[in-house]
Design a protein around this ligand. Structure first.
Ligand code: ASP
Length: 431
């Protein structure tokens, strides 16, 4: 049996927490594939190494801070690691015009090498394994093809007699998260992308379990900042995606998409409280009826309300699809309720795009009314909870502008001024 473990940036932030990570890995000899994030924040006011790397483009002096972060870790772990050799290579590559993704990926690359050295595992560069297409999407077919040779090599290494280190009795390998390659060039998976790397590695290795070690216990029904909230022992991939898209920062939603391909269970665990239960993310969450799994929300300000005031011509949804096709508007979410539609626009949408969209609609039917609204969204995840939620909000005089009920979740639109109050009253009634 193989387990893949991904450790987040807080755990990799400093030598002391990295030692905890090593303890967790060596405690179970099925923990073979280890995926790491770059060192994150050591305290509230600290900066993540990835953010320092982004800044280093404009402020070259930041390279000293980045080097210091790694020197502190190497000294704290008491290992023999030539950090200057690594930095010289990075500067050489930069002088030779290497792409920006390469630079930002160096946090994961360096911590991967350092941790591999510390624990006595092999380092495998994600550039050799994780393949992306020209649009930056994961190419699982190419990744599987590419990884076969390398993984065979490492499987051979795993079954060989070469001892790894005093620290670990078993062997494994370390893969830096957050990046892969496209045409032999480093390509990033996007912020929080190491979760996706872990899911990809689990898929390639047909791992029994993907353990995602983070700095919280798992998925709570409410953001724990609102107060004590219930931890979900189990949730479904779909529910985890919904909650992640509506504010939960536990897991990257795309990691659930990848894990669901082979139905690999994801277990969220807290590196700083490893004996706590955690949350298991699986295909189905056979929960009792009327159970609230979670509440999330997004404060939106770019919402377009489209109203069709008459019954003339095509249905609203058909006209909308046509107008969207004619314009460059990017829509995150679309809710159609009778003769009203609400389009949640991405921040990339410009006024020019909106005007093209309006014009396209008016060309079909000049009576269309398109208005910008300041609405926020609340996502309630769980079954048979919508009636209770709506009556709680009604009793507090909170107007629900629209609702869209799906099998496992409900989306509510409220005025942005009512957003915080809505979450609070829902919390006090459901928690
Ligand atoms: N280090 C990257 C970030 O800060 C990737 C990750 O942690 O998953 O977004």
């Amino acid at each position: 049996m193989i387990k893949v473990c991904k450790f987040g940036g807080t755990a990799m932030a400093q030598a002391e927490s990295i030692k905890r990570v090593a303890d967790i890995v060596v405690a179970d000899d099925t923990r073979i594939g280890i995926v790491l994030s770059a060192p994150g924040k050591r305290h509230e006011y600290d900066t993540k190494v990835t953010d320092l790397l982004y800044r280093a483009f404009a402020e070259p002096r930041v390279w000293n801070d980045i080097r210091e972060r790694f020197v502190d870790i190497i000294v704290g772990l008491d290992i023999d690691f030539d950090i200057d050799k690594e930095f010289n290579q990075i500067f050489l590559d930069i002088n030779n015009g290497i792409n920006s993704h390469y630079i930002v990926s160096r946090g994961e690359y360096l911590i991967g090498k350092i941790f591999a050295k510390y624990i006595g595992f092999e380092f495998v560069d994600a550039k050799e394994i994780i393949m992306l297409d020209h649009n930056g999407n994961i190419d699982l077919v190419a990744t599987r093809r590419q990884s076969k040779v390398l993984l065979n090599q490492y499987m051979h290494y795993l079954s060989s007699n070469i001892s790894s280190s005093n620290l670990s009795k078993h062997k494994g390998f370390v893969l830096p998260g957050f990046y892969g390659a496209c045409n032999n060039q480093i390509c990033l998976l996007g912020r929080g992308g190491s979760d996706i790397s872990g899911a990809i590695l689990s898929n390639i290795l047909t791992a029994k379990v993907y353990e995602n070690w983070t700095d919280v216990d798992g998925f709570f029904a409410f953001d724990p900042r609102f107060g004590n909230s219930n931890l979900n022992a189990t949730i479904s991939y779909r529910q985890a995606i919904d909650l992640s898209q509506f504010g939960a920062t536990v897991l990257h939603p795309d990691s659930c998409v990848v894990a669901s391909i082979d139905e690999t269970p994801i277990i969220i665990k807290n590196t700083f409280a490893p004996t706590n239960c955690g949350t298991k993310v699986v295909k189905h969450n056979y929960c009792k009826k009327s159970k609230l799994v979670g509440v999330g929300g997004i404060k939106f300000n770019k919402i377009l309300q489209v109203t069709k005031p008459d019954n003339i011509g095509h249905p609203l949804s058909r006209d909308l699809l046509w107008a969207l096709h004619k314009s460059d508007i990017e829509v995150n979410n679309l809710v159609v309720n009778d003769n009203n539609a609400y389009l949640h626009l991405t921040n990339n949408t410009s006024t020019k795009d909106i005007n093209i969209f309006k014009k396209a609609l008016k060309n079909i039917n000049s009576n269309y009314v398109v208005a910008s609204r300041k609405l926020s969204l609340i996502k309630l995840v769980g079954r048979d909870i919508v009636d209770k939620a709506l009556s709680i909000l009604r009793l507090r005089d909170i107007k629900v502008v629209y609702s869209m009920v799906a099998q496992d979740s409900t989306l509510l639109g409220v005025y942005t001024k009512d957003f915080d109050k809505s979450i609070k009253v829902l919390y006090s009634s459901f928690a």
